[in-house]
Design a protein around this ligand. Structure first.
Ligand SMILES: C[S@@+](CC[C@H](N)C(=O)[O-])C[C@H]1O[C@@H](n2cnc3c(N)ncnc32)[C@H](O)[C@@H]1O
Length: 218
């Protein structure tokens, strides 16, 4: 199967060039929702370099890229609110012989925003976050990552926020910088921009406890 072949090539250290990524995007067959090639290339590089747990917000092809490229002893967990989608990603990972955890994480209300209810088994000391969910229509979009999960993020943790050419994602990246002291590089990708943010050594703690408990049903 084409997906398995492509992922195996990446696992063996193959170059994530346009031809290989195009093959994977084609084989995954969900082009409208897949990140673009520059974003995926950065996901592959970051997963190859990471030395600790990886968290993904919203699962898909990038889940498989991380599973293929991160060290075999590292935990890679994805939060996914759609059961059918979770099953699809888990099934493909299994068929490709990849280890990953796609966690059942419904979207719940945290008052000012909605975000995933974070399962207890979600790792701490996270070193890399692939942030391509929840979907744009979610109240507050992807903002909840920092208020809900900041205590799980290691100093120096890298967050790859896709779709930062959109006003909402740009504002979210700016709010994270302002409120949590993250630094941000804006990176051009095929048709847009993604943001590469870094968690500082010391994060302001004000207001975090209010969101740590897990939210209410949205
Ligand atoms: C933008 S997608 C994540 C894509 C992933 N990073 C990738 O590269 O494939 C974010 C969320 O959209 C939802 N989703 C993915 N494909 C979808 C589809 N074809 N229709 C509706 N929702 C979809 C899933 O719940 C997923 O968590």
């Amino acid at each position: 199967m084409e997906l398995k072949r492509g992922l195996r090539a990446l696992r063996r250290g193959g170059n994530p060039d346009d031809a290989l990524l195009d093959r994977l995007i084609w084989a995954w067959d969900n082009e409208g929702f897949s990140g673009d090639r520059s974003y995926m290339r950065r996901v592959v590089e970051a997963a190859r370099a990471v030395q600790g747990p990886v968290l993904e917000c919203g699962s898909g092809l990038t889940t498989l890229l991380v599973a293929a490229c991160a060290g075999e002893n590292l935990r890679a967990c994805s939060l996914e609110h759609v059961g059918e989608w979770r099953n699809r990603v888990r099934d493909r990972a299994l068929r490709c012989g990849l280890k990953t955890e796609v966690l059942d994480a419904e979207l719940v209300s945290y008052g000012d925003f909605d975000w995933y209810r974070v399962p207890e088994e979600t790792p701490t000391d996270i070193r890399l976050v692939i942030c391509d969910g929840p979907p744009a229509a979610t109240h507050g979009g992807r903002y909840g990552l920092l208020p809900v999960c900041v205590s799980r993020l290691a100093p120096g943790c890298i967050i790859l926020l896709d779709d930062a050419e959109r006003d909402d994602e740009r504002r979210i990246a700016e709010a994270w910088q302002r409120e949590y002291g993250l630094t941000c590089d804006w990176r051009a990708s095929g048709n847009g921009v993604f943001a590469e943010l870094t968690v500082p050594a010391t994060v302001p703690s004000g207001g975090l406890q209010a969101h740590a408990a897990g939210g209410r049903n949205a």
